[in-house]
Ligand binder design. Sequence first.
Ligand code: HEC
Length: 140
Amino acid sequence: MFRSVVIAAATTATLTLPAVAQDVEAGAELFQKQCGTCHVVMNEDGEILAGRKARTGPNLFGIVDAPAAQVDGFRYGSGLLAAADAGLVWEVPHLVAYLQDTNIFLREVTGDPKVRSRMAWKVRKDKDAADIAAFLATLK
Ligand code: HEC
């Protein structure tokens, strides 16, 4: 179940990606504007690599290719925890889909139409989501 849904989600995300190279610099700027109000990217030495000191969302250092909902001490919502239990790993296509509609993404991954995300933000454009994911992939 999980596997087929994730593959379907990944395929959709890949198919809808524009045929433009992902732009890490644009992603950095978008991150600062759209994500930095809630998320920081801070490495193990406590250095802030992006964002300010926001704590509304979890630290996103090393998030690309990491299993979901692993930041110690962060109180995740039940939907994201269920997705993590189902084995969600943040590969780039998953992130691109999640960023555009966190509720729909979690519902697809968990197979539960009632789960809700605690992250109240949507990236409007596919290309922007892909750029942000490309930027995050550099921070690990
Ligand atoms: C309004 C605050 C807010 C904004 C803006 C926001 N987020 Fe979040 N984000 C959250 C919260 C809260 C969670 C925890 C969600 C949950 O538990 O359901 C989260 C979770 C996440 C996760 C899952 C992390 C994990 O540990 O599994 C990722 C990835 C993420 N956000 C990326 C982003 C990116 C990239 C942006 C910018 C496009 C962004 N977020 C914008 C609040 C925000």
